[in-house]
Design a protein around this ligand. Sequence first.
Ligand SMILES: Cc1cc2nc3c(=O)[nH]c(=O)nc-3n(C[C@H](O)[C@H](O)[C@H](O)COP(=O)(O)OP(=O)(O)OC[C@H]3O[C@@H](n4cnc5c(N)ncnc54)[C@H](O)[C@@H]3O)c2cc1C
Length: 409
Amino acid sequence: MHKAPVELQRKKNKYFFMKTDLFEAPDYYLLDDLLTDEQKLIRDSARSWVKKEVSPIIEEYYEKAEFPSQIIKGLGEIGAFGPYIPEEYGGAGLDQISYGLIMQELERGDSGIRSTASVQSSLVMYPIWKYGSEEQKRKFLPKLATGEWIGCFGLTEPDHGSNPGGMLSNYKDEGDHYLLNGSKMWISNAPFAQVAVVWAKNEEGRIHGLLVEKGMEGFSAPEMHGKWSLRASSTGELIFDNVKVPKENLLPGRSGLGAPLSCLDSARYGISWGALGAAMDCYDSALRYSKERIQFDKPIGAFQLTQKKLAEMITEITKGQLLAWRLGSLKNEDRATSAQISMAKRNNVDIALKIAREARQIHGAMGISNEYPMMRHMMNLESVITYEGTHDIHLLITGADVTGEMAFK
Ligand SMILES: Cc1cc2nc3c(=O)[nH]c(=O)nc-3n(C[C@H](O)[C@H](O)[C@H](O)COP(=O)(O)OP(=O)(O)OC[C@H]3O[C@@H](n4cnc5c(N)ncnc54)[C@H](O)[C@@H]3O)c2cc1C
C-alpha cells in the first residue's frame, strides 16, 4: 500500500487540525434574547459558513499573504455584500443589526475577510445607493451584491490619512469627460477591484465621488506588499494619470467631505461588531485552553491570575456587545450619530486588541503558533485600530462632541 511521505502526512494532519473549528460564541448576558428570529438565523448561517469556508483555509492564506478569492461567491450568497441595500438593487434588504452580526461572524473568521465585505458594502455599494444616479445603481449594485464585481474605496493618499480633506487628487471638466489625476494609498481590495469609488477635488476644490473602472486608460492599482497585518486582504495603490472618466460616472447626489465620511460611518459601525467577533474567538480559545492545559497538577484556569484575565475579557466583550446592539437599534431608527459610532468603533477595537494579547498569554508558547488564532487576530487588529479613523482621532471626536471644542485641527 502506498504510504504518504512524512511531509505530506504532516501537512494532512495540519490541514485536518485547521479544519476543526470548535468556536462557541460567548453570550454572558443572554443577548440572543434581544435578537429577532431572522437576525439569529442570519448570524447562524454566517457562522456555519465561516466554519466551513474560512476556518480551514485562513492560516494558509494569511501565511502566503493572499486574499482567498474563491470565497467571494459564497460571501455574496450569505448576503455579506450590501446586507442592508434594498432587494430591488440586488441587496439582501436586511436591518442594521443583521449587517452587524454578519460582520461579527466574518471577523471571527478573519479581519481581512470582514474588511473585504465592509468595503464592498459600506464604502462602495452604500455611496452608489445613496448618492448614485438610477443608471449607476442599476449598472453596479446587482453585480456588486453577488460578488461578480468587487469594488474599492479611495480616500487616503500618501500625504493625507487622518486629514483626508487636504487631498491632492483632482479632476478637470474637459467638456465631454473629466480628467482625473492623483494617487491613493492603502486601498483595500484595490488590486482586484472592477470599480473604485474615488474621492477627488474639482476645479473649485470641492470633493466629489467618481466611479473609476478597471481598464480605463491611465488607471492602475498595484498591490502593496510587506504587510504584517491583514495579510489575507489585498491592499493596493490607485494611480490616476490623466484618466478620462465619463461624466455619467460622477456620483451626483452629494459632494463635500461629508459624503465619504458618511460612508465611513457605515463601515465603522460594521467594524464595531466585527472587532467583537475577533475578541470572541480569542476568548473562546483561551477559555477552552485554560480548562485543558495542566500545570502544577491543575488546569491553568484554576489559577486566580488566569481567571482574572478571562473574567475581564468576558466583561469587556459583554459591554461591547451591548454597545453594538444599542448602536444597531439606533441605526435602525436612523438616530445614530457619527460620534456614537466613533465611540463604539474605538472601544470595541481597543478591547479586542487587548483581549487578543491576553488570550495569547493564556496559551503560553502555543499562543504564538498558527494552530491558534490569537496572533493573527492581534496583528489584524493593529490595522483595524488604525484604519477608518485611528484610535486617537476617534477619541478626539468624542472629546469634540462632549465639549464642543475640536482638538484635532
Ligand atoms: C490595511 C489597511 C487598509 C486600509 N484600507 C483603506 C481603504 O480601503 N481606503 C482608504 O481610503 N484608506 C484605507 N486605509 C488607510 C487608513 O484609513 C489610514 O491609514 C488612516 O486613516 C490613518 O491615516 P495614516 O495612516 O496616514 O496616519 P496619519 O494620519 O499620518 O496618523 C499618524 C498618527 O498621528 C495621529 N494623528 C494624526 N492627526 C492627529 C491629530 N490631529 N491629533 C492627534 N493625533 C493625530 C494618528 O492618530 C496616528 O497615530 C487602510 C489602512 C490600512 C492599514
